[in-house]
Design a protein around this ligand. Structure first.
Ligand SMILES: [Zn+2]
Length: 472
């Protein structure tokens, strides 16, 4: 294991404010970042998220609303950041692709690839999906539509462009995949990505300014702007260079949704190779979240804002729910009904109830439990193994089985009925220590709750706390 780690999320288009589907990935990456801070030390973990602000989709969204593009993106970016903050996403930087340092560097990056001989001028005649901001072939379409954007129109474009020699990198990608079986996780996605390698063709990496004025100017031709993906992917590197951490000593993990997996798992390593930079170690490619069995979409009117959920239920229940039941490998469905069932079972009757019982017993005993846990308890082998492959769902399940073992212990030893003081001390010390271990292991998932529990039992005189999770 390398000493340092850089964790990134995909950056979101600012044509609209993020919803819970986007936010899932931020919670996932945040949980991993918080875990790694415990494992590797705070100074060895870097975490970046942000917004993708150029491209046709964003430009058209601003124009449709009759707004100045710059003002429009400023507004949405601020709202996106606010949504992330409500979930306590602990990023080191919220990068915007309209930030001056990024714009400057994305231009330099393009020039490097050009100077290395991987960019040439040509004419693109073909299909473009604005939803994906990506070029498509007939084979990509289902009934003439993009499978991810079935309500959008596929555009036929004919444009003079600069092309990236993507097809030159097929063998490079095969070697990369063959020698790094964990380059794409989960495993099930690895094969799928591998199967696309042979289909790679050269792609345009600029747009004509007269058709799309909203973008970073192409450094070799002022009539063009850089295609939004050739700008957006570079954000990771902008941050990496700012912190001087993009090197072979750094483990680099990109969390992405399966809709943008190809760009990250295929195009991005080739861009880096072409420009002469180190490659990431892993692309973690999670599945999709739906709501009440339906795709999340503004036109269906079923969009849920993370901040609204947080205001209604509190931040930790929202984090817990998605980390445990979110689309980490397979697609997952959210409903408020399921959320409430989980909340009551796992949090109110589960963790909250155990904490309340033990706090009451500790208060009554008038004993002190200060110092019964130590730093080593903050990691457990089983939990760590799951984090090694980013399976936060299995990690939290493991913590909850430990919690239910503790409940069995409490029920089996009935500390409320023990009259012998020495025996009572022994039983309570064991149980409170175990609860504090559970609380420590919960830290990456539900940081506030974890701290509250540790504070309760870490004080000289334990006082029975108000319920952590009132039933709903
Ligand atoms: Zn699309």
């Amino acid at each position: 294991m390398k000493k340092k780690i850089l964790i990134t999320t995909a950056i979101d288009y600012v044509n609209d404010v993020i919803h819970i589907g986007h936010a899932y990935q931020k919670i996932l990456a945040d949980c991993v970042a918080r875990f790694e801070r415990v494992r590797r030390g705070k100074d060895n973990v870097f975490f970046v998220t942000g917004t993708d602000e150029h491209g046709q989709k964003v430009y058209n969204a601003a124009k449709e609303q009759g707004l100045d593009v710059r003002g429009f993106v400023d507004d949405i970016a601020k709202k996106d950041q606010d949504q992330q903050d409500s979930l306590q996403i602990s990023y080191d930087r919220f990068i915007r692709t309209t930030d001056e340092d990024h714009k400057k560097f994305a231009g330099e990056f393009f020039k490097k690839v050009y100077d290395a001989g991987y960019i040439y001028k040509g004419t693109y005649k073909g299909l473009y999906c604005e939803g994906c901001e990506a070029y498509k072939t007939e084979k990509d379409l289902v009934d003439g539509k993009c499978s991810l954007h079935p309500t959008g129109e596929i555009q036929v474009v004919e444009e003079e462009n600069y092309f990236f020699k993507f097809s030159k990198f097929k063998n490079f990608l095969k070697d990369l995949y063959d020698s790094n079986p964990d380059f794409v996780l989960p495993k099930s996605r690895f094969k799928e990505m591998y199967s696309f390698i042979d289909k790679i063709e050269d792609i345009p990496v600029t747009r004509r300014k007269e058709k799309l004025p909203w973008g970073i100017e192409c450094p070799i031709d002022g009539d063009h702007v850089i295609w939004v993906w050739f700008d957006a992917l570079v954000n990771y590197l902008t941050f990496g260079l700012e912190k001087n951490i993009w090197n072979k000593n750094m483990e680099i993990i990109h969390f992405v949704g399966k809709d943008v997996a190809r760009m990250h798992a295929l195009l991005w390593p080739c861009m880096l190779k072409a420009a002469g930079y180190e490659l990431p170690d892993c692309i973690y490619d999670h599945a999709f979240l739906s709501i009440n069995g339906k795709k999340i979409s503004k036109s269906l009117g079923n969009v849920v804002a993370p901040k609204d959920l947080v205001e209604k239920y509190g931040v930790d229940p929202v984090r817990y729910y998605f980390l445990r039941y979110g689309p980490i490998v397979e697609d997952a469905d959210f409903s408020e009904e399921h959320f409430k069932i989980v909340y009551n079972a796992d949090l109110a009757n589960g963790l909250g109830n155990t904490v309340a019982r033990l706090a009451k017993l500790a208060e009554k005993s008038e004993l002190s439990f200060v110092g019964i846990t130590n730093e080593n308890d903050r990691l457990s082998k089983e939990v760590t193994q799951h984090f090694d492959v980013f399976r936060v769902d299995l990690a939290i399940q493991n913590v909850w089985s430990r919690l239910s073992e503790l409940d069995k212990h409490i029920n089996g030893n009935t500390p409320w009925a023990i009259t012998d003081e020495k025996k009572l001390k022994e039983v309570l010390e064991y149980e409170i220590k175990e609860l504090c271990v559970v609380a420590s292991l919960c830290k990456p998932f539900i940081p506030d709750t974890s701290q509250k529990i540790l504070n309760t039992f870490g004080s000289e005189k334990v006082t029975a706390s108000v319920g952590l999770f009132p039933r709903i």
